[in-house]
Design a protein around this ligand. Sequence first.
Ligand SMILES: Cc1cc2nc3c(=O)[nH]c(=O)nc-3n(C[C@H](O)[C@H](O)[C@H](O)COP(=O)(O)OP(=O)(O)OC[C@H]3O[C@@H](n4cnc5c(N)ncnc54)[C@H](O)[C@@H]3O)c2cc1C
Length: 394
Amino acid sequence: MITEDEVRNALAQILQPRRADERMTTMGAGSDDLEPARRYLASTVEGGWAVPSWPRPFGGRDAEPAEVQTINRVLREFAVPDLYAYMIGLGMCGPALLAHGTEEQQRIWLRPIASGAEIWCQMFSEPEAGSDLANLALRAERDGDEWILDGQKVWTSRAVWAKWGLLLARTDPEVPKHAGLTMFAIDMFAPGVEVRPLVQMNGDGHFSEVFLTGARTPDAWRIGDVGAGWKVAMTVLAHERASAGTNRGGGDGGGKGARTPGWIRDLAGRGVLTEAAARQRAMKLHARDAAAGWQAERASAARQPGPAGSGAKIHKTVSFQGRTQLVKDSYGAEGMLADHDGHVEFMTGPSMSIRGGTDEIQRNILGERVLGLPSEPRVDRDVPWSTARKGEFR
Ligand SMILES: Cc1cc2nc3c(=O)[nH]c(=O)nc-3n(C[C@H](O)[C@H](O)[C@H](O)COP(=O)(O)OP(=O)(O)OC[C@H]3O[C@@H](n4cnc5c(N)ncnc54)[C@H](O)[C@@H]3O)c2cc1C
């Protein structure tokens, strides 16, 4: 198994050490610059450092889970940029293609994801299908070797940058809702695909509405069997939740041997942590963050992350929101200014409770799958989707 020193020596050839004062960037908040992450991925693809568990031909290094953890630990010592724009490909679509894609699909799509050459987005949510994702209505109808796509997606993160979209569509309305779904890849520049950016309250325009009007995608780009889209979607979402608990990309400012995250060092440097109450808040949040990291590691060690990813996501959300609140509070009245330090992160905090499945949905998953509590009533589970009541207002 590869040692920390071997990883460190190899990475030192291609990456700069992380500066101790480097600030954490989070989920692309406040940044539209795709280049630093593209350069980083291009430089790490030969060694397979960005996606070590992937097979070598696709930009990985066939690493076992323990090696992946070693590599991720050492990567925190280096200047890893915020990988936000690329994370749907690296953290969600790539693993789903490895699990469900054909050899040809893996060959054409995986390496450009690992090298940063192509960005992917995930097109699941619709105006009437978020938490109840299986209720989605975007239609895919077969036409020879192609599928014709009609409908609307919403909240599609990175759609403005993406070359490829992973699209969950309804292929059979006459069976129960989960059974009538199929997963496709689509070319985001194909005729009939229109991306309309939406602005979030933190000022970012990274997510969009996407309208598909008679757009076509070949059957060769179907991922998994017809009617098996839900299974593929669950793989994608489990990886999303697990990766939400990590500090991958952007890091936490910890250099070699540094145990204190950058945000705590910042607060300490400004004298905020001389107060016992602030110190206790900071340490509680740090403990949550550490728990999220360990749970995320456990989830990704399973290769097919399960409900541990939901636990990791909840911890990470609480620690992120708590930290941005603590930073705001520490500036007093000055912190109310919109151009103030930490404001973008503060305004990003609430979205953490929604993206990738809301806190309530994560708790439902943990309740049902970990604690064995009775499941929610699901009255539409066994009836054809076309006859079930959909949305509040129909
Ligand atoms: C920043 C951001 C990025 C996103 N990126 C993407 C993306 O790239 N691709 C994509 O497909 N989607 C994306 N989403 C959409 C996201 O997955 C959905 O917003 C989320 O699943 C919730 O769906 P909804 O907004 O329709 O809310 P609803 O499902 O309408 O939920 C409304 C409220 O009801 C609660 N609720 C609903 N059902 C239950 C239940 N059974 N039990 C308890 N409470 C319940 C919810 O917790 C929530 O508080 C993104 C969202 C955000 C905020």
